[in-house]
Write a protein that binds this ligand. Structure first.
Ligand SMILES: NC(=O)c1ccc[n+]([C@@H]2O[C@H](COP(=O)([O-])OP(=O)(O)OC[C@H]3O[C@@H](n4cnc5c(N)ncnc54)[C@H](O)[C@@H]3O)[C@@H](O)[C@H]2O)c1
Length: 275
């Protein structure tokens, strides 16, 4: 039996990174029931605090000292900050690869015991859409961005094995108000279902390092979440209600990556070199 948010004891202070981003803005409101104080952080512009229940901290994740200070006094971290699309490796390196190390190292030094990590479907993006996988399937990152999320998952694993810091890595599919295309009919994650997944990731005892696919109860899915059953996550929404609207769009060509690969167009991004 899963507790509802009204029965859960709020944390004293949660940290949300990526607070200026698309999901960060959504979560700023939705995380309120779970914490007395929400510390919001980003390198970008954030709206001012709306009261004593919010703290605004500008911080570049690539700055180790700044991240150390950012994490002081928090009970758990919801790490959503970083580069969120495929970009040249050098851009990914500071924000995502150094950034996730700085978050875990600060967590260790400040005694933070739980992290919710925004991983991505792009860690498995080179699987085809007719393949079915679970959290134990070998990863097949579809670019530098996907590789950085795979590294983040490994970092989470290491900090659990070595220091007992627990993480739920959510391999988010496509979390937007609506599915924008046919691929997202399978990968869509509603904001309500994302919020429930974060709630379960914060409150489920003994998660070790759990990998869960972040998707709603869509009709055709590629990912099997039985290895994360202990989270008690039961998606409530489905992309099905948007099917007619999405299918008004022309069908992509047979050889379009958006139709072939789980990672869609990301598999064809780059190269970004000087060639
Ligand atoms: N939205 C989705 O469907 C989706 C899918 C898979 C994974 N994710 C992951 O979820 C998280 C949030 O996604 P989003 O859609 O809100 O992305 P977003 O790009 O809108 O937000 C990311 C935020 O991170 C901040 N950021 C970038 N570099 C930074 C740095 N060096 N220091 C501090 N902050 C930095 C950006 O300013 C931005 O506000 C990301 O980690 C993304 O990779 C999202």
């Amino acid at each position: 039996m899963t507790n509802t948010s009204s029965e859960l004891r709020p944390f004293n202070r949660l940290l949300l990174t990526g607070a200026a981003g698309g999901l960060g803005k959504v979560l700023r409101e939705r995380l309120r029931p779970y914490t007395n104080i929400l510390r919001l952080s980003d390198i970008g512009e954030m709206a001012p605090a709306t009261g004593p229940h919010e703290e605004i901290v500008h911080c570049d994740l690539s700055d180790k000292h700044a991240v150390h200070e950012l994490v002081e006094g928090v009970d758990a971290i919801i790490h959503f900050g970083g580069v969120s699309v495929e970009r040249p490796f050098e851009e990914i390196l500071g924000a995502n690869i150094c950034g996730v190390f700085h978050i875990y190292e600060a967590a260790r030094r400040h005694g933070v015991k739980r992290v919710v990590f925004a991983s991505s479907n792009h860690v498995i993006g080179f699987y085809k859409q007719d393949e079915r996988i679970d959290a134990h399937s070998p990863r097949r990152p579809d670019g530098y961005y996907g590789l950085s999320k795979a590294y983040g998952e490994d970092m989470a694993n290491f900090y659990f094995d070595r220091y007992g810091i627990e993480t739920v890595s959510i391999r988010i599919g496509s979390s937007f108000p609506e599915p924008a295309n046919r691929r997202m009919m399978s990968t869509w994650l509603s904001y309500d279902d994302l919020t429930q997944l974060i709630e379960r990731s914060l409150y489920t005892p003994s998660v070790g390092h759990t990998v869960v696919y972040g998707m709603s109860a869509n009709r055709e899915v590629w990912w099997d979440n039985h290895l994360a059953a202990h989270l008690g996550f039961t998606a409530k929404d489905s992309s099905e209600v948007f099917r007619d609207k999405v299918e008004e769009q022309p069908m992509p060509a047979d050889d379009d990556p958006a139709r072939i690969y789980q990672g869609g167009a990301f598999v064809a991004a780059g190269p970004f070199g000087d060639d």
